[in-house]
Design a protein around this ligand. Structure first.
Ligand code: FAD
Length: 376
C-alpha cells in the first residue's frame, strides 16, 4: 500500500484528497493533515465585511463532512517537512511517512510587517472581516483608502473589487456622496493584466473611485492617519483597509523548502519540487507565476491527483498544469466580470454583466459540492 500525505486541508488539499480517494484508495492510503477542523470559504470574507453575509454558517463547514470517507483526516499541525527522509512531523509528536507528498499549506498574513498597521482593517481573515464590518457600520463620512501592504497576495482583484463593492454599500446606505473612495494600486494600472485593468479602470472612473498608480504601502502614521508609499506619496484617510503582506506557511519556512517569503519553488508544469519527484506543492503555497487563487489551487490539485494516480497505477504521469486561472470580479449592482487565462493566453478585455454576477453566485454555491469534490 502506497502512502500519500497531503499537508493542508484548504481548497487545493481537499480537492486533491477527494480525487485520489476516488481513484486510488485501493492501492494507497490517503492522509490529509489539517490544522483546523473547519473549512472556510475565503471569498466570503469580502461579503462578511460588507454585511451581505451575517450568518457565518454560509462560509464555514466541517472539513470531515467535505472529504471522502476513504481519506484519513488528521487534525494536527505539521511542524516539520523532512523531504530527505520522506517524513512529516506533527505537533502531537506523531510522524507520518510518505511515498508521495502534496503540500497545500496556503499562505499566512503578516500585518505586523507594515509599521503602523494597527489602525487599519482587512478582509483577509474571518476575524478581520468581522472587525471591518463593524468599522464600516460606524462610518458616516470621510475618506476610505483601500491599499496593498505587499505583493504577492491572495486573489489579485479583491482590493479593486472591494472598492467597487464599497461604492455599492455606501450607495445603499444613502451616504455615497459623503464618502471618498481611494484605491492605492501598487502597479501603474488597476490590475496586473492590461486588458482587465482597462475594464476595471473604466468601472472605477464611472463610480467616482479615485485611484492612485504606483502606491506601494510602506508605512502608516497612526496618529495623523496618513498612509505613505514607498514611492514617496502620502494620503490622509478616515478609514484604511489594507491587504496585509502575505508569506508562505510557517512549516514551509522552518523546513527550509520555501524561497523569498516562504513560497515553494515548483516546476510550473509538473508542480514537482526540485529533484524530489515524489513531492508536489499546489495553490497559494507555491511561487508559481499565477494568481494566488482558489481557481489555481483547484486546477493544480487536479493535475497533481492525476499524476500521482498515474505513478501509483504504473503509468507515465503526463498531466501538466497550463497555468489556468479563472476569476470573477463583482462590481456591485449585480454586475461582474469574468476572466479565464493561462500561461500562454492572457485575458481579453472583459465586460461587466449580470450573467457573470450570476456566474459568481453559482461558484459560491457549488464550491462545497462540485468543486471541493473535484468533480468539475
Ligand atoms: C477575501 C478573499 C477573496 C477571495 N476571492 C477569491 C475568488 O473570488 N476566487 C478565487 O479563486 N480565489 C479567491 N480567493 C483566494 C482563495 O481563497 C485562495 O487562493 C485559496 O483558498 C488557496 O487554496 P490553497 O489550498 O492553496 O490554500 P488554503 O485554502 O488557504 O488552505 C491552506 C490550508 O492549510 C492549512 N495549513 C497551513 N499550515 C498548516 C500546517 N502546518 N499543518 C496543517 N495544516 C496547515 C490552513 O489552515 C488551511 O486550511 C480569495 C481569498 C480571499 C482572502
Amino acid at each position: 500500500m502506497k502512502k500519500v500525505v497531503i499537508v493542508g486541508g484548504g481548497t487545493g488539499g481537499t480537492i486533491t484528497a477527494n480525487i485520489l480517494a476516488r481513484k486510488v484508495s485501493r492501492e494507497a492510503e490517503i492522509t490529509l493533515i489539517s490544522n483546523t477542523p473547519q473549512h472556510i470559504y475565503q471569498p466570503g470574507f469580502l461579503y462578511r465585511a460588507l454585511g451581505e453575509i451575517i450568518d457565518e454558517s454560509e462560509i464555514i463547514r466541517e472539513e470531515r463532512k467535505l472529504v471522502n470517507k476513504r481519506v484519513k483526516l488528521v487534525i494536527d499541525e505539521a511542524v516539520k517537512i523532512d523531504i530527505q527522509n520522506r517524513m512529516v512531523d506533527l505537533m502531537s509528536g506523531k510522524k507520518l511517512e510518505y511515498d508521495y507528498l502534496v503540500i497545500s499549506t496556503g499562505s499566512r498574513i503578516v500585518p505586523e510587517e507594515v509599521p503602523g498597521y494597527e489602525v487599519s482593517y482587512h478582509f483577509y481573515s474571518l476575524e478581520g472581516a468581522r472587525k471591518l464590518h463593524e468599522a464600516l457600520e460606524r462610518f458616516k463620512e470621510g475618506v476610505v483608502a483601500v491599499g496593498i501592504g505587499g505583493i504577492p497576495y491572495k486573489c489579485p482583484p479583491a482590493p479593486a473589487e472591494f472598492c467597487c463593492l464599497l461604492d455599492y454599500y455606501f450607495t445603499k446606505r444613502g451616504i455615497r456622496d459623503k464618502v471618498e473612495i481611494h484605491y492605492l494600486s501598487p502597479l501603474p494600472r488597476t490590475f496586473p493584466h492590461e486588458a482587465v485593468a482597462e475594464a476595471i479602470t473604466e468601472m472605477m472612473e464611472k463610480k467616482g473611485i479615485h485611484w492612485h498608480p504606483m502606491f506601494n504601502i510602506e508605512s502608516v502614521d497612526p496618529e495623523k492617519k496618513i498612509v505613505n508609499s514607498l514611492e514617496g506619496e502620502s494620503l490622509r484617510f478616515d478609514l484604511l483597509v489594507m491587504v496585509p503582506p502575505h508569506r508562505g506557511a510557517e512549516v514551509v519556512e522552518k523546513s527550509g523548502i520555501g524561497v523569498d517569503g516562504g513560497w515553494i519553488p515548483v516546476d510550473k508544469y509538473t508542480l514537482q519540487y526540485k529533484d524530489y519527484s515524489e513531492v508536489y506543492a499546489i495553490g497559494d503555497a507555491t511561487n508559481l507565476p499565477v494568481s494566488k487563487s482558489g481557481a489555481a489551487a483547484h486546477f493544480e490539485g487536479k493535475i497533481v491527483a492525476d499524476r500521482i494516480t498515474s505513478e501509483i497505477t504504473g503509468h507515465e504521469p503526463r498531466a501538466k498544469y497550463d497555468g489556468r486561472v479563472l476569476c470573477f470580479c463583482d462590481a456591485g449592482f449585480r454586475k461582474a466580470i469574468y476572466m479565464d487565462f493561462n500561461y500562454e493566453n492572457p485575458p481579453k478585455k472583459p465586460r461587466f454583466s449580470y450573467i457573470w454576477y450570476l456566474g459568481k453566485q453559482l461558484v459560491n454555491r457549488f464550491y462545497w459540492s462540485l468543486i471541493l469534490s473535484g468533480l468539475v
